[in-house]
Structures are given as C-alpha cells and as structure tokens.
Design a protein around this ligand. Structure first.
Ligand SMILES: [Mg+2]
Ligand SMILES: [Zn+2]
Length: 211
C-alpha cells in the first residue's frame, strides 16, 4: 500500500517546541493560563494563540534571530530523503506559526518540504496570527490537522502520522500508523490508539520500512 506521511513541527521536526519557547522568551509568562485552558479543552488553539501573540514584546529582528537559532531533529533530513526516494509524500502539519517554520526549514535547505500552519503578521512589533484554514476545521484547532489529512488522503493510501503533543491527538486517530512521544504518547495510551514510541527520526527510519 502506498504511504503518505504527515508530521507535526514543534517538538517533532524541530527539537524545541518553538512556538512555546517563543512565548516563554518574549512574554511575561501569563501565556501559561491560555495554554492550560486549551489543554483542558475550554478554548480553541486559535483563541490560545491569539492570546499568546498579544503578549509578545519583541522586534522583528529578535524574532528572526530566535527562529534561526533553532535546530531540527538530526535524522529528519535523512527521513525526508528516504521518503523521496520511495515516492512517499511528506507534509508538515502545524498548529504553530509559519514565521519560524519557514526560517527553520530554510536553514536546513528543506524549504521544499510542504507545510500547512497558521500565518503570522508582524507589524511594528505587534504580532497578529491569521488562520487561513480555521473555517475548514473542527473549531477546536487554529489549523485543523484532520482537515489536511482528509483533504490529501487517497482511498488506497496508508497514512503515517508522527507527532509529540496535544495538537496531534485528533490527527493520530485518523492515521493508519502513528509514531508518538511525550504528550501524544500519553494521549494515545489514554485513547487506546496503537502507536510506535520513538525518541527521534532515527527510530522512525528504522521502523518505517516495516509498516
Ligand atoms: Mg508538537
Ligand atoms: Zn481540528
């Protein structure tokens, strides 16, 4: 069966949860309240992200430097390469912001890996997130990963999902195979979703051909 891969960005492709680190670095810490409400399911990730962005105090230069200092999983480029050689599409699905995703992918010459995320508008140090896919989604997400999976998936394809966090919990249910770590691992256990536990893309590279 032909495979199609979707992977999360923050904490999965990027070593850090870059979005979260951005708010930890450039706000006073009151972002925490929104994130806790989002995890409890009281607000959408859109509302959460809007609240967090409003708290940021940083220049574009500072944000740019911050993004370019981030690193990716050392085995991710080899994974992308292996998928390409086997004609397997890889798409990044993120409920984070394009601002840092595009800078980090460019740093590693991976700009040709397609991604879907929320969009950040920067205007004189004011951060405003935009949500181009919100209306297509489930209402709980800024950028609904399920929407993109259902949009791209062909009937005869085997969907592989790779992630690490709460923003992956619903997408994982739609996949045929799941690689999970951290909070996503916990969610999969709670929801009874079978998954492979991995620590980095080196593990994914080993298991992937056996799927
Ligand atoms: Mg993540
Ligand atoms: Zn959703």
């Amino acid at each position: 069966m032909k495979k199609r891969v979707f992977c999360d960005f923050d904490g999965t492709v990027a070593v850090n949860d870059v979005g979260n680190l951005l708010f930890r670095t450039f706000t006073d810490g009151s972002w925490r309240e929104s994130v806790e409400r989002w995890i409890r399911g009281e607000i959408s990730s859109r509302t959460c992200l809007e609240a967090e962005c409003a708290l940021v105090r940083a220049t574009e230069e500072e944000l740019d430097r911050f993004a370019r200092a981030q690193e990716i999983d050392p085995h991710f480029p080899a994974f992308v390469q292996q998928c390409r050689e086997n004609d397997i599409p890889v798409t990044i699905l993120s409920d984070g912001l394009d601002f840092y995703i595009e800078r980090i992918l460019a740093k590693y010459n991976l700009s040709d890996v397609p991604f879907f995320s929320n969009h950040l508008v920067l205007d004189h140090g004011k951060l405003t997130p935009e949500f181009p896919y919100f209306d297509e989604g489930c209402g709980k997400c800024g950028n609904c990963k399920i929407f993109h999976i259902m949009q791209a998936k062909q009937p005869d394809e085997h969907v592989v999902y790779i992630g690490d966090g709460y923003s992956d919990r619903w997408a994982a249910e739609k996949a045929d195979s799941v690689f999970a770590k951290k909070d996503l691992m916990k969610c999969c256990r709670e929801q009874g979703i079978a998954c492979y536990e991995y620590s980095d893309f080196g593990d994914v590279l080993e298991i992937f051909p056996t799927l």
